[in-house]
Write a protein of this length. Structure first.
Length: 356
């Protein structure tokens, strides 16, 4: 491994105030937890191998206890050990807030149907004690040699959205803040380097950032070639001015913009009235990409990196043979005239200032 690097250490960027320098690509590993489909163990090993084949260490990996109820953490740790990866050659970010539990404890928040062939369930634990339990479990599942250096609370937006009343939401928000108190203690003890937040609802990220000192944030499906509202861009500019690192994830909207059947984690159909506009947008987008000789994947990735303050994009695939192309897409800009064409067709906002 490590002989045909597409991205080298020269491409690394400062990760906010943490002192870390990171590659512009973060490898998501939900596929290691059997998202949507069961993946053979040999295929999972090939995925991990390809990460280190094409990116100079330290390779940046994002994982979570929710992914396959801890399966992704286990597989990641076992794979790193099998390849004898030095702990110093990997940077692991773990989204905390879900713990392993027996199958009999399944509740309505686990998203049944997304995770396939899981031997356990995951249950949400967002509180001071719960987040520390999740931290300890993530370290245990990764194995003795590896430990997350970056941590965050997973799905705080979904946790808050499940509130039954305004009073319940206030209580839940207190739970989130207490969870961050636990993460800050880990940082003060030197157990982790940075504390962040990731969510699909960027306004919840902003709400948390107003009261918690964050080192980084992960935007999921909110800052994309399809969606880039001015108020979000203003928030991103604020984060950048505060030296908070930004990771942009879900830039394909769950794979939809590159031909997938899901949009933001739900199945969609061109036969449904509610989904027709999505398919029409994608058809126009793909046609323009083809006209310029650019793949939709490449366009999505480069747009996701175009905003100042975005340090990296997080990409996830269950196909090892796509990883080299993903890394190349991060490293290769697209021609300015392509962005102009997207604006002319109304696919990108005319006043979007960064893709020129």
């Amino acid at each position: 491994m490590g002989k045909s690097l597409v991205t080298s250490a020269a491409d690394y960027r400062a990760f906010g105030k943490t002192g870390l320098r990171v590659p512009p690509i973060v490898f998501g590993c939900s596929a290691l937890g059997n998202l949507y489909q069961v993946i053979p163990n040999v295929a999972k090993l090939e995925i991990v191998s390809e990460w280190f084949e094409h990116v100079s260490p330290p390779v940046f990996i994002d994982t979570a206890g929710k992914y396959g109820a801890g399966l992704a953490l286990e597989v990641l740790g076992q794979s790193l050990a099998k390849f004898e990866i030095s702990p110093g050659d990997v940077l692991i970010s773990s989204k905390l807030g879900w713990k392993r539990a027996p199958l009999t404890t399944r509740g309505p928040t686990f998203e049944p149907g997304l995770w396939i062939d899981v031997e356990h369930d995951a249950v949400q634990r967002i509180s001071y004690d719960g987040i520390l339990e999740c931290w300890e479990e993530s370290c245990r599942l990764l194995g003795d040699a590896y430990k997350p250096q970056l941590v965050s609370v997973h799905d705080p937006d979904e946790y808050l959205a499940a509130a039954a009343s305004p009073a319940d939401r206030r209580r839940r928000f207190d739970d989130v803040i207490n969870a961050y108190r636990g993460l800050d203690e880990l940082k003060q003890k030197g157990e982790v380097i940075g504390v962040g937040v990731g969510a699909k609802d960027w306004q919840v990220i902003r709400e948390i950032a107003d009261v918690v000192a964050l080192d980084w944030v992960m935007l999921a499906g909110s800052l994309t070639v399809m969606r880039h509202p001015p108020d979000l861009l203003a928030f991103v500019a604020r984060l950048a001015s505060q030296d908070v690192a930004i990771i942009n994830s879900a830039v394909f909207h769950s794979g939809f913009l590159v031909g997938g059947k899901y949009f933001d984690y739900r199945a969609v159909s061109a036969e449904k009235d509610a989904d027709r506009l999505l398919f029409a947008w994608r058809k126009s987008f793909v046609a323009l990409c083809e006209a310029h000789g650019i793949s939709p994947m490449h366009a999505c990735v480069q747009f996701g990196l175009s905003v100042p303050g975005v340090v990296a994009v997080a990409l996830n695939t269950s196909h090892a043979d796509r990883i080299k192309d993903n890394v190349a897409a991060v490293a290769t800009p697209v021609p300015p005239q392509f962005w102009a064409s997207l604006k002319e067709e109304g696919l990108v906002a005319n006043d979007y200032p960064y893709a020129n």
